[in-house]
Design a protein around this ligand. Sequence first.
Ligand code: ADP
Ligand code: ZN
Ligand code: ZN
Length: 717
Amino acid sequence: MSRNSEPTAPPADVTEGFTLRVAVEAPQHTGLTAPLDYTSEHTLAPGTLVRVPLARRDVPGIVWPGAASGDSPVELKAVAQALTALPPLSARWCELIEFTAGYYQRSIGEVALSVLPPELRKLDDAQIANRIKKLHKSLASDVAEHSPPELPALSEEQARALVQIDVLAAVSAVITTDDTSKPPTAPTVLLHGVTGSGKTEVYLRAAAKALDEGRQALVLVPEINLTPQLEARFAERFAGRHIVSLHSGLTPAQRLRHWLAAHLGLADLVLGTRLAVFASMPRLGLIVVDEEHDPSYKQQEGARYSARDLAVYRGKLESATVLLGSATPSLESWQRANEGRYVRLALPSRIGGGALPRVRLVDMNLLPKANGTAVSPPLVAALQERIARGEQSLVFLNRRGYAPVLSCGDCGWKSGCPNCSAWRVFHKLDRTLRCHHCGFTERVPRACPDCGNLDIAPVGRGTERLEEQLADVLRNADGTPARIARIDADSTRLKGALEAQLGAVHAGDVDVLVGTQMVTKGHDFRRITLVAAINPDSSLFSSDFRAPERLFALLMQAGGRAGRDAEQAARSEMWVQTWNPRHALYDALRQHDFTAFAESQLKEREMAGLPPYSHLAMLRAEARTPEAARAFLLAATELATTLPGADAVMVYPPVPMGVARVANVERMQMLIESSSRVALQRLLVLWLPALHTLRRGHATAEQRILRWAVDVDPLSI
Ligand code: ADP
Ligand code: ZN
Ligand code: ZN
């Protein structure tokens, strides 16, 4: 890292100006991961945005901290343009980027430039100056009188957690280390609070404290859908403060404006999704990661970073307290708390003292073989009871569309995707067959394409079919149909649709809400007293070792939508339809005992040598043929064995990915494991650059690899 690198003298033969390093976005296959040397007439502060010539083009770059390498065999080119209207990015920001690039095995320039607002690269200095001026003006016209907001009295548990956070921060700040170049430490807190325990209020108070101390706060949420709700709560509490959001749903102009507000220190609060972890914030004092267990915090392409893990790293860099909140923390975080690296604080009860919903398992084995009815008779009766009482229910099924596959009863034809090793999903509303992997869509055929049979039928069910089935059976007392709404990726495609649908639920215009896991996260529904999971069993037997952890979190999270109003809590229920009612996971769910579940999972992981007791990376290769992808991975394996430190790392044989072919590309993957994070990193650093040459070695199109990538700490395997 730059802090430790030896300063080198500038090369003697530079006749004019200064030599400096610039991080540029070099294409990955060039293997250029370090910043490049350039000259400049003027000295430029590290973190300054520039444009520099690279391969006959001018590309954006960032003057990088640390001395130029000085080993360029050719004459250095000069910086073409320095964008000094923008205050330089901080050394700490650069260090965050450098760590990210190193840890996730990407180039510094790629990471740095990919997390800046795209607009920024297009503007010249005068345009940037202009945007900044406008921003200042709009903020100045924004100031109005605000009465202080009314604060709810904290629950005892909230108050205790906040005191502990304060004490921890104060104690950390005074711990002196011998190394004065290191920033003062700051605590990482794992806030384990059951659903409805008022974690948000803790975030709000912690943020208020950071703001009072003149610092900025960063709040991360897993889903873009949750940002408007959170923004509203923060805006209400922090009237008069400047709050901005950062997520991929913003227009390029908005994103630039919000980013600038954070970078210039004008915004006190930044709310956003995973990419906001890279927001430039000069006075950062608090980072909140809400629902820290959520898989959306892991980026799935380019630099495959974990925003949750980077938040913790960044907290150390910036001496900022980090609050990781969840009702079902990730086992990684749980284990770190066990080890004392994070401080665990608990909010074990719901606000208002209401109980968590009673869990009822419907043993599907005991019911007569239901022909196509997804919803068991006892569950229908329970839903019916809610409707009669004027209460709401939420029924969730993690599969959108009408049915996952269409099939011909005569010849066995199934609605496969011609481009993927997957079925095409039947969507009844627009009568299409759609591939959820490559997007390939066709009208549903009138007859079986293979044998002409007119009787092709849907197999299995998705949310559309569930909605239809519920509409068939659920009635109001007067016999009129009950009001059923569906929320999933299909029903919310249009802008504003989700807000409108959620609004209808909150307003009480819906009796039964059907949806995918989209509706299980975060929403503070007040009238729901029954939550039902239709078919969660498949995760019990997945080959992915994290499947039980994810299922448990999903069910706890979903159950948490019920009985959030204390008056209704006593009769709120969570129903689970299952063929495995005696499974240990459901037992823990029934007791709402996350701790027992986490500890038993951790024990299993320890015995199996799985994370967090080992460290993984996944090497993936894509090619036109599975043979080519496999050959590449095997060659890579062979190469790995020749490297120093190879014996500390285990490389598993290549296997096809879960969906092996997508859009006519064959995908293979191979797991790399080590009990030591350092050993794994050491190998990757030597190995990956060598793979670039390996790739170039192959000749014909059939043999050639289209892409390969490494995923450090992969979430799904
Ligand atoms: P969680 O995120 O832990 O599931 P929330 O933060 O959404 O819980 O809080 C649940 C509900 O309790 C919200 O409606 C919130 O406004 C309310 N609430 C939180 N803290 C308090 C408090 N101290 N007094 C009264 N109501 C509170
Ligand atoms: Zn047929
Ligand atoms: Zn497809």
